[in-house]
Each structure stands twice: as C-alpha cells, then as structure tokens.
Write a protein that binds this ligand. Structure first.
Ligand code: FAD
Ligand code: UDP
Length: 370
C-alpha cells in the first residue's frame, strides 16, 4: 500500500516524492511514462561522451533562497551565468538588447544616458501593456521589435506577439548598460554532475519506488494508494472534456560536431532566419572539456510532447474551467508547469511543490500548522 501515487518524475513530482518520503515518512510510488526521471530537465551523456540536455537547454537561476537551499541538499553546483547572442543583420549581438547591442547594430558609440534618450525617442507609448507586442514596442520601438522579437515569437509560438499575453516577451528585459547576462538572479548555477544525478539523489530513499515506462492509467486499480500528485497536462487528466488546452511543442535536433567549439556563445538565437529558434552548445553550460562538441537546434511546432502552456486570454479561460474541476477532485493534487498550465521556470515549480507539501501537511496531519 502506497500513501501517494505521484504521476511524473520531473521537478514537481520528484520534490514532492522527496518531501513526502523524507519529510513525512510516507510511502510513495512515482510513475513516469518516459524511460527516465527528471522530466524535461533530464540530461545524459550522449554516445560521444558529452553531457547534453535531451529537452533543450536548462539553466538554473532563482532569487528564492528556500529553493536554492533545498536543491543544494541534492547537488553541488558549478557557478554559471548564462549569455545569449542574437543573429541580427548579419551580426551576433548581445540579447537581451543592451548598450553594446545598439552600438554594434547601428555603428554608434552611445553612452547609457544617450541610449535611454534613444529608446524614448523610438518607443511607441501604450496606455496599457496587454500583449507581448505592447511590452516591446512601448520600450524599444517598432524597428527593434521587428529585428529581435516579432519573427522569433511567430516561430516559437505560431502566432503574432500581439496575440500573446505580455508575460511572454516580458521575460526578456532591455538594458541601457553593458550587462549581457541573460538572468540577473541572486543564485545562478548548474548542478555540478548534471540534473539527472540531482534527481537520483532526491529519489533515492527506501520509501520511494520509481516505475518508468508507465502511464499512471496502467497502474490505476492495480496498485493500492491513498492520494495522487498529478504533474502531467491537466486537460488530459480529465480526458479533455472541455477541449484540448493548447501546449506548444518543440522538436530537438541534436548533433555532435568534430571541432572543439561550434559557436562563440552558449546560445545563439535566430529571430529572422532558419526554421529553428536557437542553437545551444552544451559544453558552455556544463563546463565539460572534450575535443568534440554537442549542440541542439529547437524547431517549434504544435504537434508532439507538450512543453509550453500558451499564455493568452482564451487559454486562461479554458484552463480556469479545468482548474475548477481540479479543485473539486478530492485526493488529487495538481502541481507543476503542465498541471497548473503556467509558463514556470524550474525554480518556480520547486517553490510550488514545496508550498503544496506544506498544504498537504496542513490538511492531513492533525496539529500541524498549514
Ligand atoms: P515536467 O518536467 O514536464 O515533468 C512532467 C512529467 O510527467 C514528465 O516526465 C512526463 O513524462 C510525466 N507524465 C505526463 N503525463 C503522464 C502520465 N499520464 N503518466 C505518467 N507520467 C506522465 N526552466 C528554467 O528554470 N531554466 C531554463 O533554462 C529552462 N529551459 C527550458 C527549455 C525548454 C526547451 C523547456 C521546454 C523548458 C525549460 N524550462 C526551463 C522549464 C522547465 O523545463 C520546467 O519548469 C520544469 O521542468 C517543469 O517541471 P514539471 O515537473 O512541472 O514538468
Ligand atoms: N523572444 C524573442 N526573441 C529572442 C528571445 C526571446 O522574441 O531573441 C521572446 C519569444 O517570444 C520567447 C520569449 O521572448 O518565447 C521568452 O524568451 P525565453 O528566452 O525566456 O524563452 P524560453 O527559454 O522559455 O524558451
């Protein structure tokens, strides 16, 4: 008899498995339909002996001390600050747009103060920032929006930025200084021995059993358990009874090339050329030394594994209906990026899972504060 069936061995499922087993002495069965743990953060050594992320580049960053300290129980870290270049007008320039981006692009030597003036002169004022187009044109104007954001977003999401919520492009800031880091979070690092090793450490406990290659529906009714933690797509749990929630997918093209380095930055974004959005070179992320190098290209599409919830009003409305159902479903906790239909980073999923654990303890263990 298991106290919990956990569907999905990604961050949401693994954090809850660890907390319930170690923090509350529960017996937990984790099932995942894939043949590995780690969810989309899974990494492995490929046939060439290079550590790669099967589902695209995963860079850990957070401002949440609790999340950082929690994960630090399961891994040591390699300090890493992420940098991205965008291929625009035949050049590779810093992304997020900063002082060096603009000076390189237009052959100028502006100061930060002058760049601020420049942005103000080209920005299109908006009364309200509602869409992903509003976010960008209200800050840097139409020309830069078209060079850096419009086509990338159309490729990535299959729709125009004007059809997407502001939160999508708001993830990428604009700077007037020369800081070319992609993230500014307090904690930025990669798990020293990779994500999968970190997940192994989280799940390695006598109270936790892991079954791979198993859809939870295969064990329903066969194995007795108390409650369920569900981290798959929320609409699938309810057999899509209100219709399918849109999730954007990606196809990953992995390659190993016969040179020590392939490109001059960890990630190069291609807003305007190629059917792929970006190319990542893993050795920058992992610090691994190897005479060859492995890269991955990301091709967005509608078909395939669900990777991104699509933030737009009609989807929020459809999700709201599923959430009502989820809230009414006794004994099942919906957690994670797919089950709560949120464009969450890894740290946000960990924080959500830790909060869920506290809620579970609050409702289930008499005498404990929620
Ligand atoms: P998942 O990792 O998706 O895990 C859910 C698991 O449930 C999956 O393993 C799935 O197989 C399993 N499952 C689903 N249905 C069933 C079923 N019926 N039966 C059994 N198992 C099932 N975040 C960052 O912080 N930094 C980054 O740099 C970053 N880069 C990203 C790049 C890409 C291309 C993508 C797609 C995401 C990126 N993320 C990044 C986000 C990060 O992947 C997620 O926040 C995190 O992995 C979500 O964890 P999760 O447990 O909610 O979901
Ligand atoms: N974006 C863009 N051009 C870029 C980088 C990002 O238009 O060069 C937009 C695009 O819509 C993307 C969003 O900003 O989906 C968020 O970018 P981020 O790098 O955070 O995407 P993720 O890593 O989550 O795929």
């Amino acid at each position: 008899m298991f106290d919990y069936l956990i569907v999905g061995a990604g961050f949401a499922g693994s954090v809850l498995a660890e907390r319930l087993a170690v923090g509350a002495g529960k017996r937990v069965l984790v099932v995942d339909k894939r043949n590995h743990i780690g969810g989309n953060a899974y990494d492995h050594y490929n046939d060439d002996g290079i550590l790669v992320h099967r589902y695209g580049p995963h860079i850990f960053h957070t401002n949440a001390r609790e999340v950082w300290e929690y994960l630090s129980r399961f891994t040591e870290w390699r300090p890493y600050e992420h940098r991205v270049r965008a291929s625009v007008d035949g050049m590779l320039v810093p992304m997020p747009i900063n002082l060096d981006t603009i000076n390189a692009l237009y052959g100028l030597s502006l100061t930060s103060f002058e760049l601020d003036e420049f942005f103000r002169s080209v920005a299109e004022p908006r009364e309200e920032i509602v869409t992903s187009e509003d976010v960008v044109v209200s800050k840097v104007g139409r020309e830069l929006y078209e060079k850096f954001f419009r086509n990338y977003t159309r490729k990535q999401w299959g729709m125009d930025p004007s059809e997407l919520d502001a939160q999508v492009t708001a993830r990428v800031p604009t700077r007037t200084n020369r800081d070319d880091r992609y993230f500014l979070d307090t904690y930025q690092a990669m798990p020293l021995h990779g994500y999968t090793r970190m997940f192994e450490n989280m799940l390695s406990h006598p109270n936790i059993k892991v079954m791979l290659n198993t859809d939870y529906r295969e064990v329903e009714g066969l194995i007795p358990y108390g409650e369920v933690i569900y981290t798959g797509p929320v609409d699938e749990y309810f057999d899509c009874r209100f219709g399918k929630l849109p999730y954007r997918s990606l196809t990953f093209r992995h390659e190993t090339v016969n040179t020590e380095w392939h490109q001059t930055a960890p990630v190069v974004n291609y807003p305007n050329e190629h059917p792929y959005t970006r190319c990542t070179e893993f050795k920058y992320l992992t610090g691994q030394q190897h005479p060859r190098t492995s890269i991955v290209f990301e091709y967005p599409g509608d078909e395939g594994d669900p990777y991104y919830p699509v933030p737009r009003p009609e989807n929020a409305e459809l999700y709201r209906r599923y959430k009502e159902l989820a809230d009414e479903t006794e004994g099942v906790w919906f957690v994670g990026r797919l089950a709560t239909y949120r464009y969450y980073n890894m740290d946000q999923v960990v924080a959500q899972a830790l909060t869920t654990f506290r809620k579970i303890m609050g409702t289930k263990v008499p005498g404990r504060p929620p």
